[in-house]
Design a binder for this molecule. Structure first.
Ligand code: GLN
Length: 496
């Protein structure tokens, strides 16, 4: 690909200056998708529709259309329903399902001119941290095909890292944008809960689910987020926030900063609990290096405490399954989903359809969820977990109100592990320890490339996590952008 079109920003500029047409751009990306099929990043690619949309974008541009994403290639995580493509959520339960409507996020990005190339692979119903739970096979890491891509938005992360698309949508319930972005060496943003509509996003845990973006840079994330965010009356938890152009202010230094020290005045809190036992040295070292870079740019680093952060895994793995068990009740072979062929009566039909349609991890979560919600255990588990969720959120809020502007730390305690290497579900749950607090608190958070592991992990990327206040996306993106202006971790490509 022409070196001038590496990321979304450059591609948008090349289109504007007529150095390339959307059709050529889309063809090139389709070729890359074809060439790298063994990574398992896509579940569905619609070549003809994409080329047709690209030609229409070229014609529109010739007629003076200047929409921000006009003609730019994009992919959607298969958790978003789409009228013209199937949406499976990585499950046999929904194999071949076509929705009669488009998710709001899909609709808005199309209205902004984006050309959708296809739907990306994911852990079944977004449950997982390694993308090995997809009913349609795992996703491989473009940096090292032995390694997981991370989950549950592993297909979107691998597609962006391997240059099959410059940006893709994802969803994050407990880390599913940030963790695969970190493991694939790209940039990802999970916005504030409620900023992006959940309408048409197949539900996992509704009080946590949030749509977001995976791309190559903070600037690219800002461009796409600005087009998909904003109030939607069709989602009752959608925040009353207008859509916003996040790219406009990215280059501006912070309040008391100068061009040389654009982050001066920014206080970044480092939770002691996120840098303790369990964090691999090969992850800690690059994360601290990236933080030092932010310090050189003027930011002040200070130690903070998030005393209840260690309870996040226990609380989340009660609350998320509880909500999932309720959300997934609709897949009964009658209202939605796969219907078993050989059943003698209605009960049998429900049982067989669900037994055949759901994979092992989804069944495990449904069992945990119904158990913690059941009479007698509700108070002991579900209610306790809700209280802990509140305490964790208060810890984060206290820190962000009284001590610092951003919280920073690692995304994952280790680099991507080998496919098949963590068969124990609990071991995978524990790997979510640093991403869950921001999810439980509904705070916006990003993952930024910060280098690589060491030794035999020299090709396994490491991510830096930044967390901001509610609706603090402008500051979050700006801090991330300034770091990326002064570093080159996000420019590395597995093909270099
Ligand atoms: N790994 C977490 C889980 O399995 C988070 C998944 C997500 O954010 N969708 O639930």
């Amino acid at each position: 690909m022409s070196p001038g079109w590496q990321d979304l920003r450059q591609q948008a500029q090349a289109l504007r200056e007529r150095r390339v047409g959307s059709e050529e751009l889309v063809r090139e990306h389709l070729r890359r998708i074809d060439e790298q099929r063994e990574l398992g990043a896509f579940l569905h690619v619609d070549r003809d529709a994409a080329l047709q949309a690209a030609r229409a974008a070229d014609a529109a541009r010739a007629a003076g259309d200047a929409r921000p994403l006009l003609g730019l290639p994009l992919a959607h995580k298969d958790v978003f329903v789409t009228r013209d493509m199937p949406a499976s959520a990585g499950s046999r339960m929904l194999q071949g399902y076509r929705s009669p409507f488009d998710a709001t996020v899909v609709e808005r990005l199309r209205d902004a001119g984006a050309v959708c190339l296809g739907k990306t692979n994911m852990d079944e119903f977004a449950m997982g941290s390694s993308n090995e739970n997809s009913a349609f096979g795992p996703v491989r890491n473009p940096w090292d095909p032995q390694a997981i891509a991370g989950g549950s938005s592993g297909g979107s992360a691998a597609a962006v890292a391997a240059r099959m698309v410059p940006a893709a949508t994802g969803s994050d319930t407990g880390g599913s944008i940030r963790q695969p972005a970190a493991m694939c060496g790209i940039t990802g943003i999970k916005p504030t809960y409620g900023l992006c509509s959940r309408y048409g996003m197949i539900a996992y845990a509704s009080s946590l689910d949030q749509a977001g973006v995976l791309a190559r840079s903070a600037w690219d994330c800002a461009l796409v987020l600005g087009q998909m965010a904003g109030f939607d009356p069709r989602d009752s938890t959608s925040a009353q926030q207008p859509a916003q152009d996040y790219t406009g202010e990215l280059d501006a230094p912070l309040a008391d900063a100068t061009a040389a020290r654009p982050l001066a005045g920014l206080r970044i809190g480092l939770p002691r609990q996120w840098f303790g036992d369990g964090l691999a040295a090969e992850v800690e070292q690059p994360v601290r290096e990236a933080l030092r870079r932010m310090q050189q740019l003027g930011a002040e680093l200070l130690d903070i405490d998030l005393p209840r952060s260690e309870l996040a895994v226990a609380a989340y793995y009660i609350l998320a399954p509880a909500e999932a068990s309720s959300n997934l009740a609709r897949f009964d072979g009658v209202r939605y989903g796969h219907r078993s062929r050989d059943s003698s009566d209605l009960r049998d039909l429900y049982a067989n359809s669900r037994a055949e349609g759901f994979g092992a991890e989804v069944k495990r979560r449904i069992l945990i969820g119904t158990y913690v919600l059941s009479h007698g255990y509700y108070d002991a588990y579900y209610l306790q977990a809700q209280k802990i969720r509140r305490l964790i959120a208060e810890d984060l809020r206290d820190a962000l109100v009284h001590r610092c502007d951003l919280i920073a730390g690692p995304v994952s305690p280790t680099v991507a592990w080998d496919l098949g290497d963590k068969p124990d579900p609990l071991a995978q749950y524990l790997a979510d320890v640093y991403t869950l607090p921001a999810s439980l608190a509904g705070l916006p958070a990003m993952s930024l490339p910060a280098g690589f592991g060491s030794g035999e992990h020299a090709r396994r990327p490491v991510g830096l996590q930044l967390v901001a206040r509610h609706f603090g996306e402008p500051l979050l993106l700006r801090a991330a952008h300034h770091l990326q202006q002064a570093s080159d971790w996000h420019l590395r490509s597995p093909q270099d």
